[in-house]
Design a protein around this ligand. Structure first.
Ligand code: GLU
Length: 496
């Protein structure tokens, strides 16, 4: 086993978008492959022609690409050629292989033709239901003689796997050994009357022929794994190792529904989260590090530290607070340049004329927001006031800072500081404010907050001195004067 090359895969059915649960499976396979110097393979389970559309494939791969999960082998997309020597990597192009392997099973007596009609199967099911038995195939065609089979002529048939007697053990890295009585499985169909391979056959043939060494996937496939082990053995392929990890649950502890916001990994991109955050967060949805309690990881760290033995058995509940916290941490980890490049498209989309600003100005803007913004999208609220004067002031702020008895004095004092400060710099401005506050016995908070409201129209944003400096002296002074007019109107009665 140790000498075997590590080969992992993700085998999604492209049906619309990259679900967070599929992203988790992909990530674990990918991290494991990367940590072991192995290969990570993308294989599309696209046999359900009605549900598969190239558009869906693209949408899903967009998710992988955004996360940075790149595959070593995989199918062709758009103008990207297929990679790898174990192809084709789309099940729809592998039908002949399934037919060949099914024929081999038939020949070796490990599978048999079943001529039972839909009606007969339905009748068996009904009878089982009446007798309160689980619906099982009766085994009617299990032992047909060659003469009986010949007599069927060209009647349609499915192919059933001849489930052997005894017990099947799935030796699972996460769940431990899971034992199934083979009796629990009836002789299941592996090829439909129309010649199409059933999932169980296709997935095992693919994994076998692609020499997959580790199958890491959601634990909703654990019962299937019993069937798969039997098929691996019947087909004579070496058994891969299995690791079935729990599904992702939503904040209420239910399976994360496709319909919920955030089920689509790209919803998070839309909401201003970094791919680094999602990688880190998804890793924690079922894995813990040896370093007790540690939660922040960069991608490179994960690639080195990830181990299958630290995968957890219990389902992970989605924790928005932790995700938000991690996003803040990852934003702080970027260089200012990187942050700037990531926020500019968002700002442009919101009509902020960033292209009229010199690069230096933009970098400073990113720098003063870096410690503050919880998501990239917050950049808009934290910087839009640079691009246009406030036309209104936040109501709560107005009550607290513009409608108090001393409001006028606060703003006049702040304005005087702006006019008098010897150099238009953060430290100088700060010193001026502090001196004035002390001299006039005004709380520094009152000066800072009333200025913030005057300059930005808001009560939260980047650090006040930094944003004031970046705004420029003339513009800041004009905004202060504009605010003073408003305050005079608001407090007319109080001042009289
Ligand atoms: N298409 C299956 C799924 O998305 C993959 C099954 C497997 O990994 O074996 O659940």
């Amino acid at each position: 086993m140790n000498e075997q090359k590590i080969r992992c895969r993700i085998a999604p059915s492209p049906s619309g978008f990259l679900h967070i649960g599929t992203a988790k499976t992909a990530l674990y396979n990918w991290l494991f492959a990367r940590s072991q110097g192995g290969a990570f393979i993308l294989r599309l389970e696209d046999t359900d022609a009605e549900r598969t559309d190239e558009q869906y494939v693209d949408a899903m791969c967009d998710g992988f690409r955004w996360l940075g999960i790149e595959w070593d082998e995989g199918p062709q997309f758009g103008d990207e050629p297929a990679k790898g020597t174990y192809g084709p990597y789309r099940q729809s192009q592998r039908r002949e292989l399934y037919a060949r392997e099914a024929a081999r099973l038939l020949e070796e007596g490990k599978a048999y033709k079943c001529f039972c009609t839909r009606e007969e199967i339905d009748a068996m099911r009904e009878q089982a239901a009446q007798e309160k038995r689980p619906p099982r195939y009766s085994g009617k065609c299990r032992n047909l003689t060659p003469a009986e089979i010949d007599a069927k002529g060209d009647a349609p048939f499915s192919i059933r796997f001849r489930v052997p007697e005894g017990e099947t053990v799935v030796d699972d890295i996460i769940q431990g050994p899971v034992r199934f009585h083979n009796k629990e499985y009836d002789d299941f169909i592996i090829v439909k009357p129309n010649g199409a391979a059933i999932f169980h056959l296709a997935v095992v043939v693919d994994d076998g022929l692609m020499e997959i060494s580790h199958i890491i996937r959601g634990d909703d496939h654990l019962t299937n794994a019993g069937r798969h082990v039997m098929l691996f053995n019947a087909l004579g392929y070496p058994l891969p190792r299995f690791a079935h990890h729990p599904l992702v649950h939503d904040e209420n502890g239910r399976k994360y529904s496709k319909r919920l916001h955030g089920a689509n990994v790209l919803d998070w991109r839309e909401d201003g989260y970094l791919p680094e955050t999602l990688i880190n967060y998804i890793a924690l949805l079922g894995w813990t590090s040896e370093e007790e309690g540690r939660e922040f990881f960069t991608l490179d760290e994960l690639k080195q530290m990830f181990t299958l033995k630290r995968l957890t058995k219990s389902p992970a509940r989605f924790d928005r607070k932790k995700l938000d916290w991690l996003n803040g941490q990852h934003i702080r980890m970027l260089t200012t340049e990187q942050l700037c490049d990531r926020v500019l498209p968002i700002m442009r989309k919101h009509g902020l004329d960033v292209d009229a600003q010199p690069r230096e100005w933009l970098l400073e803007m990113a720098r003063i927001c870096q410690e503050k913004i919880p998501t990239l999208n917050h950049i808009v609220a934290y910087t839009d006031f640079f691009f246009s004067r406030p036309t209104a002031y936040e109501e709560k702020g107005m009550r607290k800072f513009f409608m108090k008895e001393d409001s006028l004095q606060w703003l006049e004092t702040a304005l005087a500081c702006m006019k008098a400060v010897p150099s238009w710099e953060h430290e100088a401005l700060k010193a001026c404010y502090e001196e004035a506050a002390a001299a006039k016995e005004i709380k520094i908070g009152a000066l800072v907050n009333s200025t913030r409201l005057a300059l930005t129209g808001k009560t939260v944003g980047p650090g006040l001195y930094e944003l004031t400096v970046l705004l420029g002296r003339d513009e800041a002074i004009e905004r202060m004067e504009q605010a003073l007019m408003v305050v005079r109107q608001e407090t007319g009665g109080l001042q009289a």
